[in-house]
Ligand binder design. Sequence first.
Ligand code: UD1
Length: 360
Amino acid sequence: MKVISLVGARPQIIKEAVVQEQLEKSGIQEILVHSGQHYDHDMSDIFFRVLKIKQPDYNLSVGSGTHGQITGKTMMAFEEVVMKEKPDVVLVYGDTDTTLAGALVGAKLKIPVAHVEAGIRQEPRDMPEEINRKVTDHVSDLLFAPSQLAVENLAREGITEGVYFVGDVMYDLFLKMKPHFNYSVIHELSLEEDGYVVATIHRDFNTDDPVRLRWILENLQELSKQLRVVFPMHPRTRKRVKEFGLEDMLTGLDVIQPLDYLSLMGLVMHCAFVITDSGGLQKEAYFCGKRALIVMPDTGWRELTDAGWNVLVDSVGTSFVPVGKLIGSNNKEPFFIQVYGEGNASSLIADVFNKSYDHV
Ligand code: UD1
């Protein structure tokens, strides 16, 4: 059996790390394609290196652009690869423009599409990632759900066939890589256990609105008077801070380059709490036993907010520092009930492939 996997952005590259290993163990041939949506060393290459992911067989080098440009260019280039390679399955991950492009190419060529992280739903509906994941789910044949809630979300939209609750490949990755977490940033910045917050902000609705971005930075600055705030800054955020003239709002924060997976996890393991708008990091914080303040109106990972572990903050103009301090000082015991599976999602995915398609 032959699978073509398409990755392009950070969160997909790291998921590929564990899936790739299991496909290989299961005797499934994998062709790996990188769209090139993320291309900076810190956003792409470094993940291949630290997670020992094989180099892509094809790099489509689409680069940045509007959603239409990224999706369109990826579709055109990926279609050629798929037509040449004639895979049994096109495998896509998550909710980026690369994901959508891959799913549409597979569906239009009538090649079964497999979606890892299917069924996640989140307001606002017009958020690019929400559009991507919804359309992807509706054209997919195999839908690998990371949670029961994701299975229910799909059922609500009439999708019940080909749905498998396998758990979250991010949990597989966490368990596999925990012994290799890199704690060097803690030493480099002379951080103290529980004496700092890890903040990441990159969603368009947070970065592209100057009022909202200022509000977030004001809060981080306020918090930095009490705790160190380590802020690995996404290139999109860096660009907007400059464009809106908000550089002064970074004074007092420990602004650093985006971190690779092992270094970010090492940093989170010893922080007081996390502030983020990343879907992945809010769960990873939980795996690390840390709570997260989520700067979003909603989350696709409601199990954690419903349980009161993570907290959403969205009221521009109000201070979220008190909520942050509360969750930082009240480190609940993780309610570990395996909502995201048992850490074997990638091997379950490989099993489904082998059962669903002839093993050539
Ligand atoms: C994308 C995904 C998002 C994911 C995130 C992880 C979409 C719609 N969104 O958002 O789901 O959580 O990746 O980071 O696909 N840039 C660089 N260097 C890079 C990559 C990006 O400078 O290597 C800058 C460019 O100015 C670019 C901007 O960041 O225009 C945004 O990049 P893009 O890939 O469009 O979206 P992300 O915000 O990264």
